[in-house]
Design a protein around this ligand. Structure first.
Ligand SMILES: NC(=O)c1ccc[n+]([C@@H]2O[C@H](COP(=O)([O-])OP(=O)(O)OC[C@H]3O[C@@H](n4cnc5c(N)ncnc54)[C@H](OP(=O)(O)O)[C@@H]3O)[C@@H](O)[C@H]2O)c1
Length: 323
């Protein structure tokens, strides 16, 4: 097999590609031939040693993938050789093969291609968990999505629109905003040049109802200030690097709420509940109410360069690595 290895925490340019013996699935495990590995922001954090969970090198990064089962270990009767599956395995997806617990793979619905399946679980489950479990949104409400051209951002637009909400997309560039509009956003804000709070309040006639914030940094406080009565600021991530310290009076005003979303830790602690979330997402995709876009495809050997593009904000939408 081929795999990407992180030999020491640091910039993604340090990743190496290496050959290793094909793994053999043990009791309760399956061997998956990886068709595509989804690239996510958290992968860069693992490689940098800056994620809240620190994995000592050497390790193979990659938190999700989709492929075909090529062998099953003893005791496995839920999955069979030849099944098309996806898995949010946490680590090890940047490889040609991965051994995964049988309970951690999910069949890919017919009609969904493997690259799209590889790239959707983390972004869509996060957005779904945020808008269906941590808060909710009514059809007459407006959702402001930050980082709207990124993985979580596009998924949040799709989920919010599927719930009937109006969406304002905020991103740094015209092409990311165009992708957000193609996903269904009703209005856009170029938040590096426009005043986010002023424009969001103008576009929502006095205040938005929900903010989805996977970006953090300088955008969180103006987004909080853009919330109207009973507005909810949903804190998902800090892609911009900075963690905002919020003025508590701005939470008090308008009876606002700040909602934390830690889908990753929740999913690990509650696999049965996470399986329900994933089923709901895949059902919505199958029924046509969610519309994950086909990811850009890059060779596995370019893993380091792809993570560099992600960190430098050159990626838009989702990207997968193809072994
Ligand atoms: N809480 C959870 O359970 C959970 C789950 C999944 C992801 N996350 C977090 O959510 C965040 C987004 O993840 P993602 O997979 O959607 O990432 P992504 O696809 O790379 O999107 C992140 C977006 O953040 C914006 N951004 C602003 N400043 C940036 C910077 N300095 N470097 C990189 N991006 C920057 C970029 O949009 P613009 O260029 O338009 O600003 C980019 O499109 C990450 O922090 C990730 O760890 C959290």
């Amino acid at each position: 097999m081929q795999r990407i290895t992180c030999t020491q925490w640091g910039p993604p340019e340090g990743l190496v590609i290496e050959e290793a013996p094909d793994p053999i699935p043990g009791e309760g495990q399956v061997l998956v031939q990886v068709a595509a590995a989804g690239v996510n922001f958290v992968d860069a954090l693992f490689v940098g040693g800056t994620y809240q969970i620190k994995v000592p090198p050497p390790f193979t990064p990659g938190s999700e993938m989709a492929g075909t089962v090529t062998a099953v270990g003893p005791g496995v009767d839920t999955v069979a050789v030849g099944d098309r599956v996806l898995s949010s395995l946490g680590l090890g997806a940047y490889a040609s093969h991965a051994v995964v617990p049988a309970l951690a793979v999910t069949r890919v619905p017919d009609g969904l291609d493997l690259p799209t399946a590889a790239a959707l679980a983390q972004s869509y489950c996060t957005a779904w968990f945020a808008l269906k479990r941590r808060t909710t949104v009514r059809p007459d409400e407006t959702v402001l999505v930050l980082g709207a051209g990124g993985g979580v951002g596009l998924a949040a637009i799709d989920v919010a629109r599927s719930m009937g909400a109006r969406v304002i997309a905020a991103a740094s560039s015209a092409d990311k905003l165009a992708d957000a509009v193609a996903m269904g956003a009703d209005a856009t804000i170029a938040y590096e040049t426009d005043d986010l709070k002023v424009r969001a309040r103008e576009l929502s006639e006095g205040g938005v109802d929900v903010v989805i914030d996977p970006v953090g940094g300088p955008h969180t406080e103006p987004a909080l200030r853009a919330l109207g009565v009973f507005g909810r600021l949903v804190v998902i991530g800090f892609a911009a690097g900075g963690i905002a310290a919020l003025p508590a009076n701005q939470v008090l005003l308008n009876n606002r709420t700040v909602v934390g979303v830690d889908w990753g830790a929740w999913a690990m602690k509650h696999p049965a509940s996470q399986a329900v979330v994933l089923d709901e997402v895949l059902d919505a995709v199958r029924l046509g109410s969610l519309h994950p876009v086909a990811p850009a495809e890059r060779p596995l050997a370019e893993a380091g360069a792809v993570l560099r593009d992600l960190l430098d904000r050159r990626l838009k939408g989702k990207t997968v690595l193809i072994p």
